[in-house]
Design a protein around this ligand. Structure first.
Ligand code: CP
Ligand code: NVA
Length: 309
């Protein structure tokens, strides 16, 4: 199997078998890194990392992965590029393709990563848009598989704002064969078109949206939440009021499966979407989840840049 030259803009870009190959490669990279025997699969390769929004994990985990694999990251803040002065995404993609072997982009409109991918001759990776965060969910699926040994029978419940992370999770769960439930207040549901796509992949009953957070967490194995105000959204008092009943706290955790784990893509707003007690508690996987960004992205880069699996 080869993913050579492909883009990774959405979780829906992967087939189930490709997901398994990526997760296996991530596990191999993680082991090799711990044992100090990582192969320099990206030797001589340059990877451009462009950010139109802030980032801690995505930026550093990509940069670390590229360096561990013997390649060279080129980190760019979009405001310091001609992009910030009106050069088009397409022209930027055509030019960068002459210098580097892959491009990652974090931006606002999802259309921008699509435009970049259409113009670029090298793989383009979505490092977060307003619609999706597929690199996050690749690492999340890796983390879930590490903990549960597989995906069969696993129920994931997402609590709160149906944002980019929720959208990619719906697709990721469908691809992996887990059931996905979002608990969101009216007006905050995940994207309708994405839910439709996830249902077409997994079947109607495997992708649910409910309003009652207590119903949603009942029997769930993975409880997942994210910020109430994503980058680029207005921080209105109304959002906080509407999303308050969806806070991931001990009361909700106690209604889930006794072996349930807690996940959050981070950064967390402690005391808002999640309590300290839960984030720092024994069920939390968030630090492994953050570490696994690096392993999952190392695998992604290796496969998109031509490694056969
Ligand atoms: N989870 C995530 O993407 O974090 P950053 O915004 O810090 O990259
Ligand atoms: N939903 C969040 C994720 C941050 C990693 C945002 O878009 O800000």
């Amino acid at each position: 199997m080869s993913l050579k030259g492909r883009d990774f803009l959405s979780m829906a870009d992967l087939e189930a078998g490709e997901l398994v190959a990526l997760l296996d490669r991530a596990a191999e990279f993680k082991r090799a890194l711990r044992e100090g025997r990582v192969r320099p699969s990206l030797q001589g390769k340059l990877v451009a990392l462009i950010f139109q929004k802030p980032s801690t994990r995505t930026r550093v985990s990509f940069e670390a992965a590229v360096r561990h694999l013997g390649g060279h990251p080129i980190n760019m803040n979009a405001t310091e590029m001609q992009l910030g002065r009106g050069e088009t995404i397409s022209d930027t993609g055509r030019v960068l393709s002459r210098y580097v072997h892959a491009i990652t982009l974090r931006t606002f409109a999802h259309r921008e990563v699509e435009e970049l991918a259409e113009a670029a001759e090298v793989p383009v990776i979505n490092a977060l848009t307003d619609l999706e965060h597929p690199c996050q969910v690749l690492a999340d699926l890796f983390t879930i598989r590490e903990r549960f040994g597989g995906f069969s029978g696993i129920k994931l419940t997402y609590l709160g704002d149906g944002n980019n992370v929720a959208n990619s999770l719906a697709l990721g769960c469908a691809l992996a064969g887990m059931t996905f439930t979002a608990a969101s207040p009216p007006g905050y549901e995940p994207d309708e078109a994405i839910l439709g796509k996830a249902r077409s992949m997994a079947g109607e009953g495997a992708v649910r949206v409910v309003q009652d957070p207590r119903e949603a967490v009942s029997g769930a194995h993975v409880l997942y939440t994210d910020v109430w105000v994503s980058m680029g959204q207005g921080d209105e008092a109304r959002r906080h009021r509407d999303l308050r009943p969806y806070q991931l706290n001990r009361e909700l955790l106690e209604l889930a499966d006794p072996d349930a784990v807690v996940m959050h893509c981070l950064p967390a707003h402690r005391g808002q979407e999640i309590t300290d007690e839960v984030l720092d508690g024994p069920c939390s996987l968030v630090w492994d989840q953050a570490e696994n960004r690096m392993h999952a992205q190392a695998a992604l880069l290796c496969l998109l840049m031509g490694e056969e699996v």
